[in-house]
Design a protein around this ligand. Structure first.
Ligand code: ADP
Ligand code: MG
Length: 868
């Protein structure tokens, strides 16, 4: 097969980018050929055509270059890569085929523009380097310049890494090719769009270390622990090599590698993040009705991204939590301060992404005007916070805002206040900044006014009133005379062009002015471009400082948002309890209460401690509100640990190391996940990893299998968690057979109350002490509108079943789980106390009861302790 020279050039370039779709620039189009063309025409719904490629026609499709952004974004969002191949010499000067080169490869993790990017979400690109004892991780967002590294070792390394991936939700991950089979599946399961094998050598010290040092200087400063060092540098180096190969330029805004430990934050596994709907709704993956949507009142994109990171990384350090709470309280208590802060933040553009554009060299003049306007607000925000904020964290923020006055002054002086979008046509540099620019503009103006004078004079000389001077790109300036006046044209006019009803002429004088104007314009354009590039160059020297201010602004904005959420939602400041007791008064579910509207949500209390009330067994009919209640407790804890106020009248919250959730099989888990196996896998993670300091939410465990299996597993799990793990646990179940677990000290029964009215039930949404002894399934079915005949028939069947079962199956008494022994009599006394309805007792009954209880305790005090 023989190809034309151009197709040969195409194939030569395509060979270097086998796994990208090659956008091959041909004049005003990007063309795709062969398989790329077939694929792109299908994915982008554009017509597949063909082109003479030599001995045969080759499939082709194309898109206009000015519309490329949208098409690229669509391909990227489907996980493809796009290699942009440009003409790198002027076609007019080319001998033979125009030289073409790939100038950039765009992948899901390296997008810098377009609607694929969300303002308030980081677009992460991650790299994982396996090593003997674990994994190194590097993560960057090239739109903002964030670059973080970490490492994971020990037996749980992989699952910790997967949890971290669930948090970061990167758009793309690169891993060594040799591992792509082994690691790829687990990563894809986290919903990562693109997991790409990358050549193994990039992760080797020989390549990775120099790449790292070139970008960040000495790698030694990164971390002194050698394991961390090697793994982290391998991942980071490979990531940098990947960036260099795809971006083909030095990214100056990526200038600091921050080593971090995920262990500094509360670990939330992927299931828990999903179940609690922190940033993504289970139903449609959107932000609607998530915790983030309720508390996000951020004004800037930077603040939005930071707040999202806060939600995804609750704190463990009491001092840090308190610092944020203090700042939130400070802002929540000062409406004027909030108002002023908001109006200043409104004028701050996305400084982080601006530094990305500066570094990419893609910033245009309007971006710089945006930067200038933003910078003007920095000193004001700084002053405002210094003057009005009391909280230490806010003062810190204020102090670390660098007002960048001289940068602002430079932009003020250099860039026109109303510049055009394009850098090509001039008009960017402000009057007075550069003498030569001013002079050339003057010359251009003079040339134009001379043209005007010439037009006047020629009209007078020839007597043609409609004579006019015009301009086009091919002929330059000309004098146009309509057909009717042609006989008046003087001798010295030279004809250039004939139109339908006019002719165009030039004169030597006209060409003289033209020269003057065009020369001035040409020089002006290149001079303005040079001056603009110089400004960019100076800005890129200040990226570091801009980033520092950006991060301070982001923090101020995120705190503002927490305060706003607190005021809007009538939240209160949680107290961080150091005694392990959790106490919530009138707690609400932050999302549901907002969805339902004011006054409709029924608040509930929660009390848990390390002794008597460590494990809440929650029963109640379907739809009573069990799941809502348990999630509400988890969300309140989580909010407290990010430093937010909480939806409750009052809350004391101990710091939890982790929150685990296991949500019932038939609850809304997205497609195909709701198998019993998955349920048991989640349980395994919980029992393996939870500690005494964890919070466990178990919603209807065992529902995915037959009744007896289910009861048995649920019971065994409950006993085990309660005695072995001792984590604070909320455990809902529709098996009311489990309620006798309350014979174990520390386990208490609660139920969500319903009221029976005749054959109907009314949901009260109130969580009250005690067990529920019926499941009211048939009543719920009636509420759902199942036909009366079926309801009645169910009643009949139920009656026969109840009669047939002489006694419902009784589970074996609670196992003697060793290690924990309690005095039996004490347990009985506590249980009796709990069951008392004090308000309905007469004084006499009360004193009798008190006497009896006291006797029970003192009499049997000498008996030997029994295990339960
Ligand atoms: P369960 O888990 O017991 O089946 P859910 O927690 O799913 O019940 O709650 C069912 C519905 O009841 C929720 O969708 C919500 O509309 C309503 N609900 C639950 N708790 C409350 C509450 N505290 N106040 C008002 N409505 C509630
Ligand atoms: Mg439920």
């Amino acid at each position: 097969m023989t190809f034309t020279p151009m197709i040969r050039q195409y194939l030569e370039i395509k060979k270097q980018y086998p796994d990208a779709i090659l956008f091959f620039r041909l004049g005003d189009f990007y063309e795709m050929f062969f398989d790329d063309a077939r694929l792109a025409s299908r994915e982008l719904e554009i017509t597949l055509t063909g082109r003479d490629g030599g001995s045969e026609r080759v499939p082709m499709c194309g898109i206009p270059y000015h519309a490329a952004d949208g098409y690229i974004a669509r391909l990227i969002s489907k996980g493809y890569r796009v290699a942009i191949c440009e003409q790198v010499e002027d076609p007019a000067e080319a001998k033979g085929i125009v030289r073409r080169e790939v100038t950039r490869v765009i992948t899901p993790g390296t997008v810098t523009e377009g609607h694929f990017l969300e303002d308030k979400k980081n677009n992460y690109l991650a790299s994982i380097a396996p090593f003997e004892e674990g994994y190194g991780l590097a993560v960057t967002d090239i739109t903002t310049g964030v670059f973080m590294v970490s490492s994971f070792s020990g037996v749980r390394a992989w699952s910790e890494l997967i949890d971290e991936m669930a948090r970061l939700n990167p758009a793309e991950v690169i891993i060594p090719l040799a591992y792509s089979d082994k690691m790829g599946g687990d990563l894809k399961q986290q919903g990562i769009l693109a997991v790409s094998g990358y050549r193994d050598t990039a992760f080797s010290p020989a390549e990775a270390v120099p790449a790292f040092e070139e970008q960040f200087g000495s790698a030694g400063s990164l971390c002194n622990r050698t394991i961390d060092y090697h793994a982290a540098v391998a991942a980071a180096g490979a990531l940098l090599i990947f960036l260099r190969e795809t971006q083909k330029r030095v990214l100056k805004h990526i200038n600091k590698a921050a080593f971090y430990r995920p262990g500094k934050y509360m670990i939330l596994d992927a299931n828990t993040r999903r179940n609690l709907e922190l940033t993504r709704a289970i139903s449609d993956g959107s932000r609607r009705n998530t915790l983030l949507s309720v508390i996000d009142h951020t004004v800037t994109a930077m603040g939005g991204r930071l707040l999202r990171n806060w939600i995804e990384q609750p704190l463990l350090d009491v001092a840090e939590i308190k610092a944020r709470l203090e700042a939130t309280e400070d802002l929540a208590g000062n409406a004027m301060l909030r108002l002023e802060l908001k109006s200043l933040l409104k004028n701050v553009y996305d400084l982080e992404r601006l530094t990305g554009k500066i570094s990419f060299g893609t910033a245009n003049a309007r971006d710089l005007i945006g930067l200038k306007k933003s910078l003007a607000n920095l000193p004001l925000i700084k002053q405002l916070l210094l003057a009005q904020a009391g909280a230490a964290l806010l003062k810190d923020v204020a102090r670390s805002i660098d007002p960048l006055e001289e940068v602002r002054e430079l932009l003020e002086a250099a860039i026109d206040d109303n510049p055009p979008l394009s850098l090509k046509d001039g008009g960017i540099i402000k009057k007075g900044y550069n003498h030569e620019v001013d002079r050339l503009r003057q010359a251009r103006r003079e040339g134009k006014s001379m043209l005007a004078g010439l037009e006047e004079r020629e009209r007078a000389r020839t007597g043609i009133k409609s004579l006019k001077v015009g301009f086009n790109k091919v002929f330059g300036y000309y004098i146009e005379v309509t057909r009717a006046n042609l006989e008046l044209v003087p001798e010295d006019y030279q004809r250039r062009q004939t139109l339908a009803n006019a002719e165009r002429f030039i004169t030597p004088e006209l060409k003289e002015y033209e020269d003057m104007i065009l020369r001035a314009e040409e020089r002006l354009a290149s001079l303005e471009r040079r001056l603009f590039d110089e400004v960019l160059e100076r800005l890129s020297g200040e990226i570091h400082r801009i980033q520092k201010s950006a991060s301070a602004i982001a923090t101020a904005d995120a705190l503002y948002s927490l305060a706003e959420a607190a005021v809007k939602g009538r939240y209160s400041r949680p107290e961080i309890a150091e005694d392990g007791k959790l106490h919530v008064k009138d707690g609400r579910h932050p999302v549901l209460e907002q969805v339902m509207g004011p006054g409709r949500f029924v608040p509930n209390d929660t009390f848990m401690d390390n002794e008597e009330s460590r494990f809440i067994l929650l029963t109640g009919p379907n739809m009573a509100g069990k799941s809502t209640y348990m999630r509400q407790v988890a969300l309140i804890v989580l909010l407290a640990q990010i430093g937010s106020f909480v939806p409750a009248l009052f809350a004391r919250i101990p710091v939890f190391d982790r929150i685990f959730t296991r949500v019932g099989a038939s609850d809304d888990i997205a497609g195909g996940q709701s198998t019993f196996m998955v349920e048991m896998n989640e349980c395994r993670i919980i029992v393996n990893e939870a500690t005494e300091k964890s919070l466990i939410i178990m919603d209807e465990v065992g529902r995915g299998t037959s009744t007896y299996d289910g009861i048995s597993i649920a019971r065994a799990l409950a006993e085990y968690i309660h005695t072995k793990i001792r984590a604070k646990t909320l455990f809902s179940t529709h098996y009311h057979e489990l309620t006798d677990l309350d014979s174990m000290p520390g386990i208490v029964n609660f139920n969500v109350a319903v009221r029976e009215e005749g054959e109907d039930i009314i949901f009260l949404r109130k969580v009250v002490p005690g067990k529920s002894d019926r499941s009211y399934g048939i009543q719920v079915a009636r509420l759902a509108g199942l036909p009366g005949e079926i309801i009645n028939r169910s009643m009949e069947i139920l009656k026969t079943l109840e009669l047939a079962a002489e006694r419902p199956p009784q589970p074996s008494p609670a196992k003697e789980w060793p290690a924990y022994r309690y005095k039996e009599n004490e347990c009985h006394v506590i249980q009796e106390l709990r069951r008392l309805n004090v308000l309905e007792m007469t004084p006499l009954e009360a004193i009798n009861k008190l006497y009896m209880l006291h006797k029970k305790l003192t009499e049997s005090a000498t008996l030997k302790t029994t295990s339960l």
